[in-house]
Design a protein around this ligand. Structure first.
Ligand code: SAM
Length: 283
């Protein structure tokens, strides 16, 4: 069932995120046509490769694989067609591959992508939130403080936000998003393309309440709508909010809180917070 061998080069192949029927005809043909398949977890990918009738040997690849592994792959890429897949979805999207593609590009290797399923994009199509501008954040940090800082950093971004999350951490993540981003529409897309696919929508606060004590099973994408359109915060609005926040918080935390509340860049709030502290405006 193997196809005509492909020209040497790196083939980045997207695979299904749940439903095997989503594997494209071209993805299947590519996996049958290559001479080696780089996989994140060989046991996970064995099932898919059996399904498509691909028999090329598999090699484990991670971006944290050492330079020696990458060098051996690069040496082979000069004369062989090699595919890169991940456990599910599009390689390089919260998955390994970036360092290999960078090295392959630097080495002048021919690189091809076989596009297909990606949970982030699939969730955007379900959520009913604006898709004209979106920012993909991958997974938020697990520790509370780092997570709040990561959220504060994007609070002023005028775009929908897309995040990957696990069931057990969903409630906490939604609560942190509600606190850091305020009143925004959001969606929790779960088990996309699988039997129990669902997409629950509401405000961040509603969703945080819903999932606080009921962690759902399965794989999850959170989509958060952009901040509400508002008249840009004036310098006076900013000063009033900062002076109140600085009464009980450090400039950095006050700036993060005010930036989220006024939907302005954190940098602007922080620079002004420092000016206020240094200029003794708080005395
Ligand atoms: N590269 C993959 C892609 O293209 O979407 C993402 C890999 S990332 C390691 C895995 C995360 O993607 C999961 O924890 C979950 O947040 C999300 N995900 C993957 N499959 C999903 C699905 N069927 N439904 C919802 N989310 C999914």
């Amino acid at each position: 069932m193997n196809e005509t061998p492909l020209a040497p080069g790196l083939y980045i192949v997207a695979t299904p995120i749940g439903n095997l029927g989503d594997l494209s005809v071209r993805a299947g043909a590519t996996l049958r046509g290559v001479e080696r398949i780089l996989a994140e977890d060989k046991r996970v990918s064995a099932k898919l490769l059996k399904h498509v009738g691909a028999t090329a040997p598999m090699t484990a690849y991670h971006d944290h694989s050492d330079e020696g592994v990458r060098d051996r792959i690069l040496a082979e890429l000069g004369s062989k067609a090699i595919a890169l897949i991940c456990d599910a979805g599009t390689p390089l999207i919260s998955d390994p591959g970036y360092k290999l593609v960078r090295a392959a590009r630097a080495a002048g290797v021919s690189i091809h992508t076989i596009p297909g399923p990606c949970a982030a994009v699939a969730a955007l199509t379900l959520a009913g939130l604006p898709t004209d501008r979106f920012l993909f954040l991958g997974f938020l940090p697990a520790k509370a403080r780092a997570r709040s800082e990561a959220i504060a950093e994007v609070a002023g971004v005028r775009a929908s936000l897309v995040l990957y999350e696990s069931g057990p951490r969903l409630g906490e993540a939604l609560a942190a998003l509600a606190e850091g981003l305020g009143h925004r529409g959001a969606a929790v897309a779960r088990e996309i393309s699988k039997l129990h696919e669902e997409c629950v929508t509401g405000t961040l606060a509603d969703l945080a309440t819903r999932y606080a004590d009921a962690p759902p099973r399965g794989e999850i994408v959170i989509v958060v709508g952009p901040p509400p359109e508002r008249i840009a915060a004036s310098d006076d609005d900013l000063d009033t909010a900062l002076i109140a926040a600085l009464a009980s918080q450090s400039p950095s935390r006050a700036a993060a809180e005010v930036a989220a509340a006024l939907s302005i860049p954190r940098k602007r709030a922080y620079a002004r917070a420092l000016e206020l502290v240094e200029g003794d405006a708080l005395a």
